[in-house]
Design a binder for this molecule. Structure first.
Ligand code: S3P
Length: 180
């Protein structure tokens, strides 16, 4: 199925490289990089951990959907989403409307390495973050798979190579000719 609009939406678990790889893709294509987490923070005037603590996860999820809705008229964006974006069916529809949905994956060990030292992710602030990560990952994998049209495993890939692979897929999906 060809993607409808010329945007690339990155989905995947925390630590799979959505923001870093997304920035590179945007730079190389001359697209604008957008991060749904950053937009929620900007609109709320508060950090995500603080939002979770004061307003609760559900409020954060409402804001996340509102951010996606506000993007649907745009083109030439690379949109990195929060890891929980796939929890709502409505978000899946919105992302499909936006364009090509790419899922980034990585092994559990690599994800843990990437997120372990970061305290910005409220869902992993538990007694046993490794077990929490494992359970969340298992529960969400089918959701990422259902959301995305294409998957890239970033476990052993440098970010630059991962960006190139996504661009190659976009070229096919959007039927771009020539050098873009
Ligand atoms: C979340 C992932 C985070 C952020 C929030 C919730 C999740 O985004 O949206 O902490 O539910 O997996 P990243 O995937 O960018 O870390």
């Amino acid at each position: 199925m060809p993607a409808s609009r010329q945007n690339i939406v990155l989905v995947g678990f925390m630590g799979t490289g959505k923001s870093s790889i997304g920035r590179l893709i945007a730079g190389r294509l001359g697209f604008v990089f957008v991060d749904t987490d950053a937009l929620v923070v900007e609109r709320a005037g508060r950090e995500i951990a603080e939002l979770f603590a004061t307003e609760g996860e559900e409020h954060f999820r409402e804001m996340e959907t509102a951010v996606l809705e506000s993007l649907t008229h745009l083109e030439r964006r690379v949109i990195a989403t929060g890891g929980g974006i796939v929890l709502r069916e409505r978000n899946l529809e919105l992302m499909r409307e936006l364009g090509l949905v790419v899922r980034l994956t990585a092994s559990e060990d690599v994800i843990y390495e990437r997120v372990a030292r970061n305290t910005k992710r409220p869902l992993l602030q538990t007694e046993n973050p490794r077990a929490t990560l494992s359970a969340l990952l298992a529960a969400r994998e089918p959701m990422y798979a259902a959301a995305a049209q294409w998957t890239l495993d970033t476990t052993t890939m440098a970010h630059g190579a991962a960006a190139e692979a996504v661009i190659a897929e976009a070229r096919r999906a959007f039927a771009w000719q020539g050098t873009k």
